[in-house]
Design a protein around this ligand. Structure first.
Ligand code: A2P
Length: 295
């Protein structure tokens, strides 16, 4: 197994990217610098995270050639629409301090305003054709959103980034992605959403799961490493988030052990079918009080 995945347009990305969701701007540059020093070469951010500028700062501080790093970011829904999304590229590229974005994706479907979602995706197609981005994709799309998108647009998304950890594996979404040739990228791959404060009551952290713990002990690895290895062996891209240097290093140190088929199946079986994040069909994200400032 290599630390590399090939997207449907031929672009190679590392299988483990570095996530910065909820990383405070003042912590982000240092975390990105630490991650790059630890060997990560793929950073996942979003206009909506408010830390694109700091991601760019962290990358530049390391002196690593920008062309050796895959930068992924997301267009927020308030910038959906053809012209708006083309301008969203300019905002993100300026904040990141780059000319070209490697992977630009739509942050959410807007089922309530799907025409604007389609126009946003058409803008991504144009950015791709013009060489301003190297690959395009989506996030939090359910199978019927993918089907509707495919009916009205040309380019098959390279990735669909969705909530995916042992307690919520979205088999129908994974199947739809696979059928269309879309890479499944897991957000909250070690289940941060199962314990982040403010995301619901009565949750159980998958980091404390007994089965995951037993498998981790058998391999002399941590529960987080076992979950990441499970994703990789299932062919998924992952973007674990951390601002802690030891955990940042731990999360990419998963290439010296192999889970058995039975262990993979045991982790698959932990799925509870209950999402931790918002249901893309129930929430109208345009009602969230979030607009993306000009650089
Ligand atoms: P921290 O930033 O303090 O390390 P996810 O990416 O699945 O959403 O998980 C992110 C959450 O998991 C964050 O709260 C992060 O906290 C924590 N985390 C990251 N790596 C590890 C690890 N190896 N072991 C335990 N917790 C981790």
């Amino acid at each position: 197994m290599t630390n590399d995945l090939t997207l449907n347009n031929g672009l190679h990305i590392p299988s483990i990217g570095f996530g910065v969701f909820q990383s405070a701007p003042e912590e982000t540059a240092a975390a990105v610098e630490t991650a790059l020093a630890a060997g990560y070469r793929h950073i996942d951010t979003a206009a909506g995270y408010g830390n694109e500028r700091e991601v760019g700062d962290g990358i530049r501080r390391t002196g690593i050639d920008r062309n050796d790093i895959v930068i992924e970011t997301k267009v927020w829904v308030s910038d959906y629409g053809y012209d708006e999304t083309r301008h969203a590229f300019d905002k993100s590229a300026t904040k990141l301090g780059v000319e070209q974005i490697d992977l630009l994706i739509l942050h959410q479907p807007m089922p309530q305003h799907f025409d604007r979602t389609i126009q946003a995706y058409r803008a991504l197609e144009r950015l791709l054709a013009d060489g301003q981005v190297r690959a395009i994709g989506v996030s939090n799309f359910l199978p019927h959103h993918l089907a509707a998108l495919r009916e009205q647009t040309e380019v098959v998304p390279a990735i669909n980034q969705v909530e995916l950890h042992p307690y919520y594996t979205q088999p129908a979404v994974q199947r739809a992605n696979a059928d269309l040739g879309i890479l499944t990228q897991a957000w909250s791959p070690i289940g941060g959403i199962t314990f982040y404060p403010g995301w619901g009551e009565d949750r159980r952290s998958v980091l404390d799961d007994e089965t995951v713990g037993r498998i981790a002990a058998a391999h002399g690895k941590s529960p987080a490493q076992v979950m990441l290895r499970w994703h990789l062996q299932r062919g998924r891209s992952v973007i674990p988030k951390s601002t802690n240097a030891q955990r940042i290093a731990q999360n990419i140190d998963v290439f010296d052990f192999v889970l058995s088929p039975d262990e993979l199946i045991a982790i698959d079986a932990l799925d509870r079918g209950v999402r931790g994040g918002p249901d893309p069909d129930e929430v109208d994200p345009s009602t969230w009080d979030l607009t993306i400032p000009e650089p």
